[in-house]
Ligand binder design. Structure first.
Ligand code: ADE
Ligand code: ZN
Length: 268
């Protein structure tokens, strides 16, 4: 998503023909740093809380209104509200990123949304309406009162990674990639990344949301966690779910982008 010319491209151009120099070395914007997915993935959360980004708040979740822990499901018509939800948002930005009538900036922008939402959709409480996705359920986290949504979004992943320093994030990423390549996830990744129909609207997002939502019944709210300690046994039981859901998010984003940009449906 980096825009403008890179420093290396600009300096390489000085050694070739003059016309090329003038066409390449006249950037409309100063050279920018090459950004990674990590740099852009959380942009949508920052934007959501600005006045101009308020319209996008409902794009981060789908308020599935079933009856966990007895019954769990996501239904598009019932659960995707009038202002849009994560299912319609992924469908919309997937079509915008391929829309050649939009300018490069708008299409890069669509990519930022997609990168964020393919992560959010893996978090069970982003696919659940109960107590506003667990935001109104308070639990005990190491002696502090914290809401359950925040525990799943931030506290437990942070504890798993060991604080979100760049080094720790890199090490955690490596561990998950290893599990995908050679470890416990090696046979599952193909199935996880198998829904790649980028032209089928919300069909694949619905598959992913239902899968994450099923954990609301099987674990997240299986027994009412209200007021209970969440940093001990509850955390230990959640850790494998979190690691797997994050791994799914990674391969699904990879397969989605491969399909959009390389014309390779799937991981390759
Ligand atoms: N606001 C309303 N429902 C929500 C959910 N499921 N997740 C996050 N924020 C929400
Ligand atoms: Zn979000």
């Amino acid at each position: 998503t980096a825009s403008g010319s890179s420093t290396s491209a600009a300096s390489a151009s000085t050694s070739i023909s003059g016309s090329l120099v003038s066409s390449i070395a006249a950037p409309t914007a100063p050279p920018t740093k090459q950004l990674t997915l990590v740099d852009i993935a959380s942009w949508a959360d920052d934007f959501r809380y600005t006045p101009e980004g308020a319209f996008s708040a409902s794009f981060h979740y789908v308020d599935a209104e079933d009856e966990p822990p007895k019954k769990c499901n996501v239904k598009y018509q019932r659960d995707c509200g009038e202002s849009g939800c994560i299912l319609s948002a992924i469908a919309n930005y997937t079509s915008r990123v391929q829309d050649h009538s939009l300018d490069a900036k708008q299409r890069a922008q669509a990519l930022k949304w997609i990168t964020h939402f393919l992560g959010d959709i893996q978090q069970p409480l982003h696919d659940e309406a109960i107590a506003i996705g667990g935001n109104q359920i308070n639990v005990d986290w190491n002696g502090t009162v914290v809401n359950l949504h925040h525990i799943w979004d931030t506290e437990m992943p942070t504890k798993l990674a060991g604080q979100f320093t760049p080094e720790n994030v890199k090490a955690w990423t490596k561990k998950i990639v290893k599990e995908l390549e050679f470890g416990q996830f090696r046979h599952h990744k193909w199935d996880w990344a198998s829904c790649t129909d980028i032209d089928a609207g919300a069909a694949c997002p619905l598959v992913w949301a239902r899968e994450a939502n099923s954990f609301v019944c099987s674990y997240v709210l299986k027994t009412d966690p209200t007021g209970k300690e969440a940093s001990g046994a509850y955390y230990e039981g959640a850790a494998p779910i979190i690691e797997m859901q994050i791994a799914k998010g990674g391969v699904r984003l990879a397969a989605w982008l491969n399909t959009i940009f390389a014309g390779y449906p799937g991981l390759w």
